[in-house]
Design a protein around this ligand. Structure first.
Ligand code: BGC
Length: 476
């Protein structure tokens, strides 16, 4: 048996697939890294540039404006120039943005470069998973979606370790002038690694075939799946494009058609609920929250490391559980504990019992409950609930809704703390978590163990049942 036949019968070339997965993983890692670097830096930025609450919110969340724009253009740019070229551009934008942010002499210099960085991150957030899905063998696609989330939380955790170590090199004054710059500037290292890796991975074979270059796609597919399967795959991909051409592109009108409205509502709601339950208030502002409980710089950053570690450990647990316990059960369980822990945090601030470990423990329970449920599971749900014909467009709409909700929370959190106070703010997040529990219990179907085709058939059956019932309900 020659080498290629061996490969065809013994499954895909895992070394090659993992190398490719590492690229998407690094894209997620960069987003996670920025989250915790900014979380470690924003207290010092506040002092350095004398920021009020809404300017502090804007300094953190202006990046998300860039992300939203980047995500919006990712599809068309990626189709036109190829995934790899646009990702290289995104890596450059990220490195340039974070590098120059670190050097910013004034706030009006910092903000536009954070937006440039955000553009890069937004392009990556849409194209990295797409590139992965297009290049990976079908049986690994689901796991790669979840791997992206694992990379995000790894970035958050390592970023918080780095924040702790760098800010320990000097006192608060040193951190206000120099520490935060080194912290942000460190982002260039994984950024350059990402760029370097991109030069050695191939272009997406689907994109190459779509652009009339099957002869370039074939050797890549051979490397992934072996010669026999690769030739068949080229034919299948060509056939799928013919089918798509016959049907034309999915349009917004089709997306919002009554038969898709319910599924789209579930997708958008889950994306928004993942954010309005407050996770990024904790991710971006944990050190600030811990400072409000009386912890000093080092104490608040140590506590933030516990937050990052808890997030990482429970995300791994979630990846292990998502196909065993099921999506719905994890979200029900997680949102119940989120409601409880957020209520306790609100109670601690309300009664002034913030000096002991209560707030830290409740925040750790909240982060664990989020990580095991909404953190990874929402991304899995978004990648699988939509019928294939509208999947690309629907996922893009939900991702943008998620970024927009993230923007609202991260922009308004400092002002909310100052106006209505921490107790009411956390009770608002608790209310949103309770709503998530009820919404999931009442509306979200379980998709565990179902193939994408079976999920599509499930919606179809549900619609038929509803249509059959409707006339009898309206009959007098
Ligand atoms: C969310 C991010 C969040 C991260 C925290 C992700 O699922 O989409 O907004 O920062 O989880 O772990």
């Amino acid at each position: 048996m020659n080498h290629q036949n061996q490969q065809a019968s013994s499954g895909p070339n895992m070394t090659f697939v993992l190398l490719i997965a590492a690229v998407a993983a690094l894209g997620g890692f960069l987003a996670g890294f920025d989250t915790s670097a900014m979380s470690g830096a924003n207290g010092f930025l506040k002092e350095r540039f004398a920021l009020g609450n809404s300017l502090l919110g804007w300094t953190v969340s202006c990046l998300i404006v860039g992300c939203t724009v980047g995500a919006a253009f990712a599809g068309s740019l990626g189709d036109r120039f190829g995934r790899k070229k646009v990702l290289i551009g995104a890596g450059l934008l990220f490195a340039l943005g974070i590098g120059l942010s670190a050097l910013a002499p004034t706030l009006s210099f910092l903000i536009p470069f954070r937006m440039v960085e955000g553009l890069g991150l937004g392009l990556m957030s849409a194209l990295c998973p797409l590139y992965n899905a297009e290049i990976s063998p079908a049986q690994y696609r689901g796991r790669l979606v979840a791997m992206h989330q694992l990379a995000v939380v790894t970035g958050i955790f390592l970023g918080s370790l780095l924040a702790f170590s760098i800010t320990g090199w000097g006192d608060d004054l040193w951190n206000q002038t120099t520490g935060w710059r080194i912290l942000l500037g460190c982002g260039i290292v994984p950024g350059v690694l990402f760029l370097g890796l991109l030069f050695i991975v191939p272009e997406s074979p689907r994109w190459l075939i779509k652009h009339g270059k099957p002869e370039k796609a074939l050797p890549i597919l051979v490397k992934i799946n072996g010669e026999e399967l690769a030739r068949q795959e080229v034919l299948d991909i060509k056939a799928s494009f013919k089918e798509e051409e016959g049907l034309g592109h999915a349009t917004f009108k089709e997306l919002f058609a009554s038969k898709h409205r319910f599924i789209l509502l579930i997708g958008v709601m889950m994306a928004v609920l993942q954010q309005v339950t407050g996770i990024n208030a904790i991710m971006y502002y944990a050190p600030e929250i811990f400072r409000q409980t009386g912890a000093g710089t080092s104490g608040s950053l140590t506590q933030t490391i516990f937050v990052g570690l808890t997030n990482l450990v429970f995300t791994v647990l979630s990846l292990w559980l998502v196909d065993k316990a099921g999506r719905k059960r994890l979200i029900l369980f997680g949102s119940a504990f989120m409601t409880l822990s957020l209520s306790v945090i609100g109670y601690a601030f309300h009664t002034g019992q913030t000096a002991g470990p209560l707030v830290l423990i409740a925040i750790l329970v909240y982060v664990a409950a989020f990580a095991i449920s909404l953190g990874a599971v929402v991304w899995v749900i978004l990648s699988e609930i939509f019928p294939s014909r509208i999947r690309g467009l629907a996922t893009a709409v939900c991702t943008m809704a998620l970024w927009a909700a993230n923007f609202v929370v991260s922009q308004s959190f400092p002002s909310l703390l100052a106006s209505v106070g921490p107790a009411t703010t956390f009770w608002l997040f608790a209310g949103a978590s309770l709503f998530t529990l009820l919404f999931t219990a009442g509306v979200v179907p379980e998709t565990k163990g179902k193939s994408l085709d079976e999920i599509e058939a499930m919606w179809h059956e549900q619609r038929e049942r509803k249509e059959a019932l409707e006339p009898s309900i309206t009959r007098p």
